[in-house]
Structure formats: structure tokens, C-alpha cells
Design a protein around this ligand. Structure first.
Ligand code: NI
Length: 187
């Protein structure tokens, strides 16, 4: 496994429309890419990553919401505060397609590993169904809601060359890009 470089805006590769993973590409190379994507995402840290974010223009994404596990014993941080351990739930979606997105929208504050330190409220359909293939090429359909629905839609945007700030007004987007530039200059 290896950590790969995450592309950041305004890298033009983030605007590429990714191509399907073909039937003959469900192989060890694909599995290695997925392992690397998880390692890269966990190290960042983040909860979702599309292949194009590591420079591979294929319709493939990984998600692990790493939610708190209510059944686990709390762990103590160095400063004595208690928190719930997170439960790992690594998910792989190959050639995902969104079916029947809800008319109802929900709003989440989104961020993106390709746009570090920038966050904004984005409205998206609150539920949808995803049809996707697993690493063996088997097709599945799964209804999604809550953060999982939002996260999947955010990652699917990457496959179309869209990042979350593209959903903002022109003014808000340019403010976000200015902030990013400023932070980079300060770093
Ligand atoms: Ni993103």
C-alpha cells in the first residue's frame, strides 16, 4: 500500500470526466489502487475520495464515514476528555450511478481533500439509490440517506469533474478560492 498525492484545486485534472472501469480492469491493479486510496484518505484524514483526486480518471470512489461507535467503550484523550471510538466501514463503489434522487434536499457543511480548509453548506437530494459494482464486478443497488447520501453525491461529482464549491454562487466561490490562496501563501 502507498499514500498517493492528492490533487488540489486548481489542478486541471480535477475537471476531467472520468471513464468507466471496463470489464477487463477488475484486476489486481484495481485492488491496489483501492488500497492506496483508502490509505491516502485515512492519512489525510477524510471520509471519501474519488480516483481522480489521486490522478486516476476512472469511475471509482471509496468512502468510510468512520462514525462514532455507540456500543464501544469510550477512550480517554491525553487531556482527559472522553470520546467514542469510531467504527471503520470501508466502502468501494465502482461505476456508481445515482437512481431516483429525492426532491427533498438536505444541507451539510461539506469539505474536500482537494480544497483543504474550505467548508461550505451545500444542498443535495436527501436520499437516493446508488447502483454500483464491487471489486469483483458484481452489480448492487443500495438506498442511501443522511451523510452517506451526501458523501456519495459529493464523490460522484468528482467523476464529472465537479467540486463542491462549483455549487456555490460565483461570489461565494471566488471568496473560497481567495481564502485558499491566502492560506497557501501563509503556509
Ligand atoms: Ni471532494
Amino acid at each position: 500500500m502507498a499514500i498517493r498525492e492528492i490533487l488540489e484545486v486548481p489542478d486541471p485534472r480535477l475537471k476531467i470526466v472520468s471513464s468507466p472501469v471496463e470489464a477487463n480492469e477488475f484486476n489486481d491493479e484495481l485492488k491496489t489502487l483501492v488500497e492506496d486510496m483508502f490509505e491516502t484518505m485515512y492519512a489525510a484524514p477524510g471520509i471519501g475520495l474519488a480516483a481522480i483526486q489521486v490522478g486516476v480518471p476512472k469511475r471509482l470512489l471509496v468512502i468510510d464515514l468512520q462514525r462514532e461507535d455507540p456500543d464501544a467503550d469510550p477512550i480517554k484523550d491525553e487531556d482527559g476528555t472522553e470520546r467514542q471510538p469510531v467504527k471503520s466501514d470501508p466502502r468501494v463503489f465502482v461505476n456508481p450511478v445515482i437512481l431516483n434522487p429525492a426532491d427533498e434536499l438536505s444541507t451539510y457543511q461539506e469539505g474536500c481533500l482537494s480544497i483543504p480548509e474550505i467548508y461550505a453548506d451545500i444542498d443535495r437530494p436527501s436520499t437516493c439509490t446508488v447502483r454500483y459494482q464491487d471489486l469483483e464486478g458484481e452489480t448492487h443497488e443500495e438506498p442511501l440517506e443522511g451523510l452517506m447520501a451526501t458523501c456519495l453525491q459529493h464523490e460522484m461529482d468528482h467523476l464529472e469533474g465537479i467540486v463542491f464549491i462549483d455549487h456555490l454562487s460565483r461570489l461565494k466561490r471566488s471568496m473560497a478560492l481567495k481564502k485558499l490562496k491566502k492560506m497557501r501563501a501563509a503556509a
